[in-house]
Ligand binder design. Structure first.
Ligand SMILES: Cc1cc2nc3c(=O)[nH]c(=O)nc-3n(C[C@H](O)[C@H](O)[C@H](O)COP(=O)(O)O)c2cc1C
Length: 211
């Protein structure tokens, strides 16, 4: 008797996530559902636990159209339930005392450990603009991936998007210079009529070297 294949729910979500080509128009996404998705997104890793990712959720149709203009008119922003602007905070390191202060207060971290980590963070980030920018993008990207997988798990489809003018997005939202637009994520219900077959994926041997 053959054993039934076990279903791994996490891998099912990984397999099922696709970049939506288009969305069913007029579907509203409740804020409570987005809050639930973000409550798990916040568990994503980040360098020094600095949590560089920031999100602006735009469900308001008028503002969504303005963001769409900054994204070369991509139609899926029009049909999406919301467009989410993923930002990376170049000044995330400034919150290190807040992030680590709680651990110190609880006694989970000694004063010496606290001073050590704050010193290491300051040394890595202060005055290093290129590194601050790399880190903003790197860490926000990891957070964004987690967001998309959790959204899929909760029944929502997404599409990450780099096709936008970062300066135009910054102007529309009035963003300060230390918040780097990393990507847009459209979210909604995939319009099933427009699903395309999964694009070619390189075999493992082509992109991994075991050394
Ligand atoms: C950083 C990034 C930027 C992307 N930008 C766009 C975009 O501007 N517009 C779009 O339709 N798809 C965009 N995509 C989606 C890709 O085309 C898609 O992920 C790829 O073809 C693989 O398909 P899959 O996500 O369905 O597996 C982007 C994906 C990533 C990761």
């Amino acid at each position: 008797m053959s054993t039934p294949a076990t279903v791994n729910p996490f891998l099912e979500v990984v397999q099922a996530r696709r970049s939506a080509m288009n969305f069913v128009e007029g579907v509203k996404i409740p804020q409570s559902e987005l809050e639930e998705i973000f409550s798990h997104t916040r568990l994503a890793p980040s360098a020094f636990n600095l949590q560089h990712a920031r999100y602006k959720v735009i469900a308001d149709p008028e503002l969504k159209e303005k963001v769409r203009e900054s994204a070369y008119g991509q139609y899926k922003i029009h049909t999406a339930s919301a467009v989410i602007v993923v930002l990376g905070d170049m000044h995330a390191y400034e919150q290190a005392p807040e992030i680590y202060g709680g651990l110190k207060m609880l006694g989970a971290m000694s004063q010496e450990e606290y001073d050590g980590v704050i010193g290491a963070i300051n040394q890595a980030y202060i005055g290093k603009e290129a590194f601050q920018r790399d880190e903003a993008i790197r860490n926000a990207s990891l957070s964004a991936m987690q967001f998309m997988l959790i959204a899929k798990d909760k029944g929502w489809d997404t599409c990450p998007m780099i096709g936008f003018d970062p300066e135009a997005v910054k102007n529309v939202l009035g963003l300060p210079d230390h918040l780097v637009p990393v990507m847009l994520i459209t979210i909604g219900k995939d319009n099933q009529r427009k699903i395309r077959p999964r694009g070619y994926r390189k075999p493992v041997g082509e992109f991994v070297d075991f050394m």
